[in-house]
Design a protein around this ligand. Structure first.
Ligand code: ZN
Length: 273
């Protein structure tokens, strides 16, 4: 696999809450979520610590074990919780969580796992790109987004609406009928979407956090096919550059209403054939 990747925080003075890591046969991407750093969350470590610790734990698990990706994710969630359950209040509704994408190449197959709203795109032979995204968070969120979308980005009204939106979403996190993310409960792993494709059917794979996929699925400035072409020809940095250009062109979110005017953005692209 010829792999290239890029990741960039929403702003240079903030920690990047995305995680991307790879070995020759595995790629892991996480997008951390949780309480803004200045609010009480029950966890003294923070969102970036959580996503980076779980991400590196998953990468180690994929290197050490041939278990299913679901089993490796469940073990990783449990191991990461055990690193701070003795000092942090993990029952707090604002404790850190993360989306997860795992990709593993074996001799014959490409195995994948997607939990929450990061995106995996498989460029398969003789077919349209296969786009795998867990829609449950977006579906839940669509019920609460209207006040946030109506407020002008960057204003106190928008910040208040975003805060109320996040409070509303917490009630649906990791419960049946809501949406599932990696947090404290290893059972969330069983809610992930998973699959396997024959390795000789896949030309390339792209993994994007929602801060990068917004170029396609929120701004509609590229199709998935065009995004794969950008990644292949110009690399992940170019995809993120185009995201930033679009964000700067709409600084108050009037054209593309969104909770975060700028977001951490991560893209990885692996050429397989
Ligand atoms: Zn903690």
């Amino acid at each position: 696999m010829r792999l290239s990747l890029a990741t960039e925080p929403a702003s240079p003075d903030r920690a990047n809450e995305d995680f991307i890591g790879a070995t020759p046969d595995a790629v892991v991407l996480l997008d951390g979520a949780g309480t803004p750093a200045d609010l009480e969350s029950g966890c003294s470590h923070g969102v970036a610590w959580y996503s980076h610790t779980l991400g590196s734990t998953l990468l180690a698990g994929m290197t050490q074990s041939t278990d299913s990706l679901t089993a490796i994710l469940a073990a990783g969630i449990k191991a990461t919780a055990s690193m701070h359950d003795f000092c942090c209040d993990l029952s707090h509704p604002g404790s850190p969580s993360a989306t997860v994408v795992m990709l593993r190449r074996t001799a014959d197959t490409l195995d994948w796992l997607v939990l929450a709203d990061s995106v995996l795109v498989l460029d398969v032979l003789d077919a349209d790109p296969m786009v795998i995204c867990d829609e449950r968070e977006a579906l839940t969120g669509s019920r609460y987004r209207a006040p946030m979308n109506a407020a002008v980005g960057g204003t106190s009204d928008h910040l208040q609406a975003l805060s109320r939106y996040m409070d509303a979403m917490r009630a649906h996190r990791n419960v049946d009928g809501g949406f599932w993310v990696a947090a404290v409960d290893p059972l969330a792993a069983e809610q992930a979407l998973t699959g396997t494709v024959p390795i000789d059917r896949v030309r390339a794979a792209a993994i994007l956090s929602d801060g990068a996929s917004r170029l396609i699925d929120r701004f509609h400035l590229a199709t998935w096919r065009q995004a794969l072409d950008i990644l292949d020809q110009d690399g992940p940095e170019e995809l993120i550059r185009r995201v930033r250009e679009a964000e700067h062109s709409d600084p108050d979110g009037s054209r593309w209403p969104r909770g975060k005017i700028f977001d951490d953005a991560t893209a990885a692209y692996g050429r397989i054939i």
